[in-house]
Design a binder for this molecule. Structure first.
Ligand code: PLP
Length: 378
């Protein structure tokens, strides 16, 4: 947070609009829609709420399947179950760590052949990197399946020049406190059909009918964003490039200092992609590196530094023990070998250097001592 955010917050406060409505909400919606190349946006009080609205607007209900990437945060899937639908998880590809486009297209073709297509597909841009949308969108269009982009981690990223948030019928963005741009808590549903977005706003405000008294024909939600928080959001969107650059600088610094060690590799970024590098994610081969992700995590923890394993694939979660997963082995390997390093927007160069030193020390300590025959031995 900087002076621009402080000023925006106070100006929203002073305006008297302390409500989930007001000029800052509208300004936030316009700014974000423009930024992600969409015609319209509805501000919500979380990204999860925006996803719930997206699924409801696409008519997802009991008995439907919704397919999604298994390597993601639980919030990508829980709204599916709130609507009585079934999540079906799917493996990632090695190039992007996101939904495997070949596996996906093949599964859709097979699903069509047996009359079992999903009602919608949620494609997640994990750790801030877009999925390979061209083949994914083509497969969806071939089968008339609606696509939702979960851009909660990727606001500010691009795929062949197109911004994250611009893919699919609808996309959602998160402004939760742990995301790159935040307003404390908030989200946004974006799309190109103003009528659909207007309906999202209506559903998010308890679906009240247009009468003087309180008339209700459908059940809605209380999902609108506070005008005070939206003020902060406007300022953050204005600084988005700066915030993303900082995340990318974190990644580049770690990579420059550590990538040459044996057994450590960084999340790839294929040509034509620009990730936000929301979190710097590495893979450790414990044989070659000499320490596995859990050893490194504990070594950092002993110094008071928090790091985390990668997302545990949702098909491995007890919550979804009875759900189907198409493939999944690749994400299981990522989970077994991965670690997310400290990646905050306020992390300083010297903070990163401390992390780098500890990781290097894990590598050195574990390196087997080479046996040097000496005269004494002889
Ligand atoms: C954070 C996140 C969400 C949920 O956003 P909230 O604003 O926290 O509700 C959904 N999907 C992914 C991939 C996320 O990282």
């Amino acid at each position: 947070m900087g002076p621009a955010e402080r000023e925006a917050l106070l100006s929203a406060f002073d305006s008297g609009w302390i409500a989930p409505l007001g000029p800052q909400v509208e300004a936030f919606e316009r700014a974000l829609a423009k930024r992600v190349g969409r015609s319209d946006a509805a501000a919500t009080n979380s990204g999860t709420a925006a996803l719930h609205l997206a699924l409801r607007l696409l008519g997802v209900g009991p008995g439907d399947e919704v397919w999604l990437s298994t390597l993601t945060f639980v919030a990508s899937a829980t709204p599916i179950t709130w609507l009585g639908a079934e999540p079906v998880f799917m493996d990632s590809e090695a190039r992007t760590w996101n939904l495997d486009p070949e596996l996906f297209a093949h599964a859709l073709d097979c699903g069509a052949a047996i009359g079992r297509l999903p009602k919608a597909v949620i494609v997640v841009d994990i750790y801030g990197q877009c999925a390979d949308y061209d083949p994914i969108v083509a497969a969806c269009q071939r089968h008339g399946v609606a696509l939702i982009e979960d851009a909660a981690e990727s606001l500010g990223a691009s795929y062949h020049g197109r911004p994250a948030g611009s893919f699919g019928e609808l996309a959602l963005v998160s402004f939760n406190g742990n995301k790159i741009a935040t307003c404390g808590g908030g989200g946004m549903l974006v799309g190109d059909d103003p009528q659909v977005i207007a309906r999202a706003r209506w559903l998010a405000s308890q679906a009240r009918e247009d009468t003087a008294h309180y008339q209700h024909e459908l059940g809605g939600y209380n999902y609108r964003l506070s005008n005070v928080l939206a003020g902060i959001g406007v300022a953050q969107v204005g600084r988005l490039d700066e915030l993303v650059d900082h995340r990318r600088a974190n990644f580049n610094h770690y990579a420059a200092e550590l990538a040459s060690l044996p057994g450590i590799s960084f999340m790839p970024e294929p040509p034509g992609y620009r990730s936000t590098r929301w979190l710097t994610a590495v893979l450790l081969d414990s044989e070659q590196f000499g320490a596995g992700p859990e050893q490194v995590r504990l070594a950092l923890d002993r110094e008071g530094i928090e790091s985390r394993p990668l997302w545990k694939p949702l098909h491995m979660q007890p919550l979804f023990a009875r759900s189907r997963c198409i493939g999944g082995q690749f994400t299981e390997q990522l989970f077994a070998r991965g670690l997310c390093l400290p990646s905050g927007s306020t992390l300083r160069g010297e903070d990163r250097d401390r992390v780098i030193q500890i990781i290097r020390a894990c590598h050195r300590a574990a390196r087997p001592q080479v046996f040097m025959p000496t005269e004494a031995c002889a």
